[in-house]
Design a protein around this ligand. Structure first.
Ligand code: MGD
Ligand code: MGD
Ligand code: SF4
Ligand code: MO
Length: 707
């Protein structure tokens, strides 16, 4: 019997609504849901891969344990859930008993934020392991955004969201939403929205070392030398101050510290920036003036300015610019959201530097240490060394800097368990793999990304298929493990409400609840009755009430950021070194490391190429399509070079998430499109020294032709 299901896609931050047709156990079609008030029918090529993921024969359906036979051959042996959970809990407990809580390490990857049961239930297990050694994809990604929000707005998740549909001027740095579909900016169908911005006479300016798909659409694209954005942004801000263009307007009454910032950046002139950025001083000043003159404007930066040596400084400067131009909390500027399940109200604000990593002394953020320090915390002997590791929904061997070093460290563990559907580059090192149900087999409410969305909406969807017998959801695995650990410690297990019950409660007391006097009267049953989602309206100004600082002020003069300006001044006192810099690249048919096992997403021209400017190719004697080694302080990989003028001279670009040639993985299609891992040359020591975030962009590299 054919039937129709509704579901939001959880693969990326755009959270597009989908209509899924099934027939029996099969998915017949996946289409965009025109009635979704946020995505309005938009869909990208990855959505149909949800079917491939569900049907993938390589996706584990049962726990497996690594066993080694007498000849030293390893094999994966199927286990019952009972056996797998008992053994996992016992091994984790044993490590805790013998070596203390810090001996248990945790790494959680990106999909753990897209899977609401993982968010609501992970603490059913982790509350027993109050380890300092927690890591996640945050510190190879958006950590600087959290830090800036904590400093300025009082909460790590209070992100200003670009109001693209109503703006006049959009200055975008280090983001490629046409490929990524937006990040810390849930903006389905961004292409149409950029076109509409231009059609109404608005302007998009893109600052990027590569002329990306987004830059192609922009009114203006400017190449920038990787890692110099902080100079560019400081010069924009300085121009606003020196030319008397800074006008916080409505924000003035509850903004503090702008004068201090103005004084601190007074030496960062456009001339000084121009000497390093590759953008001339007149252009920098012109952009500052245009932004100030526009009735409404946005300054926004993403991965390219977050995962670089001045990530936190860049994100802080961006938000100070939004304040100084009076564009924060204004329609057509950047606004805070008010999601139906409000994370800002529900979770703590976060904190920074309350403890440091054992080996390198890197600061924690929100009780997590920088992932660039994971390998050394496993490999370096001594008290507090990580001896057992739990990974969930992550692939740090491919996704964290110097992944090869981590790969060598993992076998030193006494025990490793991975909560993951695949045997991939990371999980192949585990002793036990616990595979959850497929996304089609559990319900979905997006807990994380409504907070970043350009419109307030809410959507709950039931599972497309029933849960198979003898399968567990991610949240059930956390609960089952937690219960066993509780028993081992002689504690009472917690009664665990299901994720949907928690969401129901949050909705019924949230900002759109009857209890709060909202006409929307949201509850789970209200959302079940509207499977394409409920529209809660456009973003609205909410300051100062929405601020979480104790005095309800925006704090511009963050002491750590002001201090970091010295590092910037110091580094760029000298002319920069000339060598090549490596940057990353995303493609709409890929998603980090785990979308390469689906034929329809990987077919066609190989995408794992090193883009290089023809000028640099001549200088390095490499040819289009030729082979070369890409070398850095930490390693060398063999690459195929692709000639293009879309990268600026001095810059090479390689996508991440490839490198599926490693032995021991069981992902058939990915192995046949293996590529190389960019993170075998990114450097775990090359970080944003302020935040500890990985600097995977702007890495100094050399290229040597192979003939
Ligand atoms: N050089 C370079 N490195 C980068 C980046 C870059 O741009 N350049 N980008 C960085 C960024 S932004 C990020 S977010 C990280 C991502 O880093 P990671 O999160 O570590 O890596 P992913 O490739 O997203 O791996 C996701 C894993 O989750 C599993 N998985 C998928 N869905 C589920 C689920 O529902 N439940 C469970 N239990 N498992 C699931 C997949 O099988 C896969 O093993 O990579 C970072 N690394
Ligand atoms: N198709 C697809 N979509 C995705 C993902 C994916 O892997 N594939 N991953 C998802 C995830 S986890 C994330 S975090 C988001 C990321 O979303 P985005 O940040 O929008 O995507 P990126 O392609 O990483 O864009 C970073 C840009 O920064 C540029 N850049 C590099 N170095 C510098 C620099 O020093 N200065 C400046 N100004 N620019 C620089 C790069 O050329 C690139 O164009 O995408 C999400 N969506
Ligand atoms: S843009 Fe993102 S959320 Fe939308 S269909 Fe593609 S992968 Fe899914
Ligand atoms: Mo990410």
């Amino acid at each position: 019997m054919p039937s129709t299901h509704y579901r939001a896609c959880h693969l990326c931050e755009a959270i597009c609504g989908l209509v899924i047709e099934t027939e029996g156990d099969s998915i017949v079609s996946i289409k965009g849901d025109p009635d979704d008030p946020l995505s309005r029918g938009h869909i990208c090529p990855k959505a149909v891969a949800l079917r491939d993921l569900h049907e993938d024969p390589d996706r584990l359906r049962q726990p497996v344990k690594k066993v080694t036979d007498a000849d030293g051959n390893t094999q994966w042996q199927p286990l019952s859930w009972q056996e797998a959970l008992d053994e996992t809990a016992e091994r984790l407990l044993q490590t805790r008993r013998d070596h203390g809580a810090d001996a248990v390490g945790v790494y959680l990857g990106n999909p753990s934020v897209h899977n609401y049961g993982m968010l609501t239930h992970q603490n059913n297990l982790f509350r027993f392991f109050r380890t300092k050694n927690r890591f996640s994809a945050t510190s190879v990604d958006q950590l600087p955004h959290h830090l800036t929000s904590l400093w300025m707005f009082g909460h790590k998740s209070l992100f200003p969201i670009p109001d693209i549909d109503r703006t006049d001027y959009f200055l975008m740095l280090g983001a490629n939403p046409i490929a990524s579909n937006g990040s810390i900016w849930t903006v389905p169908d961004v292409r149409k929205r950029i076109k509409a911005l231009k059609a109404r006479g608005g302007k998009l300016v893109v600052i990027d070392p590569r002329k990306t798909e987004t830059a192609e659409l922009a009114n203006e694209h400017l190449f920038i030398k990787p890692g110099t954005d902080a100079l560019f942004l400081a010069a924009i801000l300085n121009t606003l101050f020196t030319e008397d263009l800074a006008e916080p307007a409505h924000l003035a009454a509850y903004t503090s510290g702008l004068e201090e910032v103005a004084a601190a950046i007074s030496g960062f002139t456009a001339e000084r920036a121009a000497a390093h950025c590759g953008i001339d001083s007149q252009t920098i000043e012109r952009i500052a003036r245009e932004l100030a003159a526009a009735p409404t404007g946005i300054c926004y930066g993403r991965m390219g300015v977050s995962t670089q040596a001045y990530g936190a400084l860049c994100q802080w400067l961006i938000q100070v610019i939004n304040v100084a131009t009076g564009n924060l909390d204004k329609e057509g500027g950047s606004l805070f959201t008010l999601p139906a399940v409000d994370q800002v109200a529900a979770i703590g604000p976060g904190g920074f530097g309350r403890h440091r990593s054992r080996v390198r002394g890197l600061p924690e953020f929100d009780r997590e240490l920088p992932s660039a320090a994971l390998a050394e915390e496993i490999a370096t002997e001594g008290e507090g060394r990580i001896r057992a590791l739990f990974t969930g929904a992550g692939n740090p061997v491919l996704s964290t800097p110097n992944g090869a070093q981590l790969e060598q460290a993992l076998p030193k563990l006494d025990f490793m368990v991975s909560l993951d559907p695949y045997i991939n580059e990371t999980t192949c090192h585990a002793d036990i793999i616990l595979p959850p149900t497929s996304p089609m087999e559990h319900d979905h409410y997006d807990m994380a990304f409504h907070i970043n969305a350009i419109r307030n909406t809410a959507r709950y969807n039931l599972p497309v298929f029933d849960k198979p017998e003898d399968a567990l959801h991610d949240w059930e695995i956390f609960t089952e493990l937690g219960n066993r650990v509780a028993e081992g410690l002689g504690e009472e297990p917690r009664a665990a409400a299901a994720p949907h019950e928690l969401v129901d409660m949050a909705l019924q007391y949230g900002p759109y609840s009857q209890a709060q006097g909202s006409d929307h009267a949201l509850s789970l049953s209200a959302l079940k009755a509207a499977p394409s989602g409920v529209d809660l309206g456009p973003l609205k100004p909410q300051l100062p009430e929405r601020l979480m600082t104790s005095d309800k002020h925006i704090h511009c003069a963050a002491p750590d950021a002001l201090a970091d300006l010295q590092r910037l001044a110091h580094e760029f006192n000298e002319p920069g070194a000339d060598g090549l810099r490596l940057i990353g690249r995303r493609h709409v048919r890929s998603n980090n490391s785990w979308m390469h096992n689906f034929h329809r997403l990987v077919k066609g021209k190989p995408r794992c190429t090193l883009m290089m400017h023809p000028q640099d190719m001549t200088a390095h004697a490499v040819k289009d399509g030729g082979r070369a080694t890409l070398n850095s302080r930490v390693g060398s990989i063999e690459v195929v070079v692709e000639a293009t003028e879309s990268v600026m001279p001095g810059v090479v670009s390689l996508p991440h998430g490839f490198g599926h040639h490693r032995t021991g993985i069981q992902m058939d299609t990915a192995e046949r499109h293996a590529g190389v891992s960019c993170n075998d040359v990114t450097d775990e020591q090359y970080i944003d020294q302020l935040s500890g975030n990985a600097a995977i962009n702007g890495v100094p590299v050399t290229v040597t032709a192979l003939h």
